[in-house]
Design a protein around this ligand. Structure first.
Ligand code: ADP
Ligand code: MG
Length: 323
């Protein structure tokens, strides 16, 4: 069994490469340089075993996801990731070389993509695995993207695909066969960091989709005092998700299931062409799914172009059916 100091030195210290003017792991506090004309963006997310990931999840995936969900929050703000800290509550069953090595690898795989160091944290013993990461990033002063900036006439976009991760969850919990592509979407979300930085130039508002597209879009809508018209036929669903919705007639499943870690954002029409040209160069697809409209009723989300049978008693997050 690794003792706390050995554990930190062996597995976490190697992830803490900072500049010569800075301090990472090893002192009572980390000390970091701040770029001029920027503001610090700070986000925190906790993952609890059995709550935020299935107990069968590999150490590598738990670590990846714990960092990814934080980088996704930074991306939604338009921030460039800078560094992160880790508070780890570790059960005895996972305090072994194989598990810790794999956990540290999951962290470093993602952190290396953005060259961000682990700058400190805390390690405690606990009967359940709890992983809390705090990530820090920079935005040019006063240019952060907010949920409250959506305006009537903005086009509404989402990145990547929606619903794959959510579809994996019941399959895993029921011990059904779970196609790799779904398990991958659940275990290894890809934070849309470059897209977030591009959105600094183009988006009026953005949010990261963690609790389901409708629920998170709803935050933009309420904080911006607007409504949205959503086009069901334009949603970026995979074939597996389409098969599931058609078979179950549960049309709202993929937009309410969560765990997507995509960005949902609004772009004013006069910037849309330029945005799309630059977005082409990213490795992430963006899909226009609707438009921001005036908030005239209590229904914040108005669906158009829906499949037959769409209304079938489903009232998760108010919608109105228009065809
Ligand atoms: P203290 O007793 O002062 O809280 P610790 O013994 O907890 O310090 O930590 C020693 C050093 O190791 C600190 O620099 C701390 O930030 C770092 N550290 C502790 N746990 C972790 C962890 N899980 N990940 C990264 N760094 C950690
Ligand atoms: Mg401590």
């Amino acid at each position: 069994m690794a003792e706390e100091f050995d554990l930190i030195e062996t597995y976490f210290q190697p992830l803490s490469v900072v500049r010569s003017t800075e301090l990472g792991i090893g002192d009572d506090g980390a000390v970091l340089d701040c770029p001029v004309h920027h503001q610090l963006v700070v986000v925190t997310d906790t993952l609890i075993e059995g709550v935020h990931f299935p107990e069968s999840t590999s150490a590598d995936a738990i670590a990846w996801k714990a960092l990814a969900v934080n980088l996704s929050d930074l991306a939604a703000m338009g921030a460039t990731p800078a560094f992160y800290s880790l508070a780890l509550s570790l059960p005895q069953s996972k305090n072994n070389q194989a598990w810790l090595f794999s956990f540290a690898q999951g962290l470093s795989k993602l952190a290396n993509l953005y060259a961000i160091p682990l700058i400190g944290g805390d390690t405690t013993k606990h009967d359940k695995l709890v992983v809390t990461i705090t990530a820090h990033g920079w935005v040019p002063s006063l240019q952060m993207i907010r949920r409250s900036g959506a305006e009537v006439g903005d086009s509404l976009y989402v990145s990547g695909r929606i619903g794959d991760a959510g579809l994996a969850v019941p399959k895993i919990l029921n011990h059904d066969v779970c196609p790799d592509v779904l398990r991958q979407a659940l275990d290894y979300p890809q934070p849309r960091v470059s897209l977030g930085q591009l959105l600094l130039k183009y988006a009026n508002s953005a949010i990261d989709v963690s609790d389901g597209l409708l629920a998170d879009l709803h935050h933009i809508l309420t904080q911006s005092s607007v409504a949205a018209q959503l086009n069901y036929s334009m949603m970026p669903f995979s074939d597996l998700v389409k098969q599931h919705t058609a078979a179950s007639q549960d049309w709202l499943f993929p937009v309410t299931a969560g765990d997507d870690y995509e960005l949902c954002f609004t772009v004013p029409k006069d910037k849309e062409q330029a945005f799309l040209v630059e977005a082409e160069l990213l490795d992430t697809d963006v899909t226009k799914i609707g438009e921001i409209v005036e908030d005239r009723t209590d229904e914040k989300i108005i669906w158009i172009d829906t499949p037959e049978g769409f209304e079938a008693g489903d009232k998760r997050l108010g919608y109105r059916h228009y065809d």
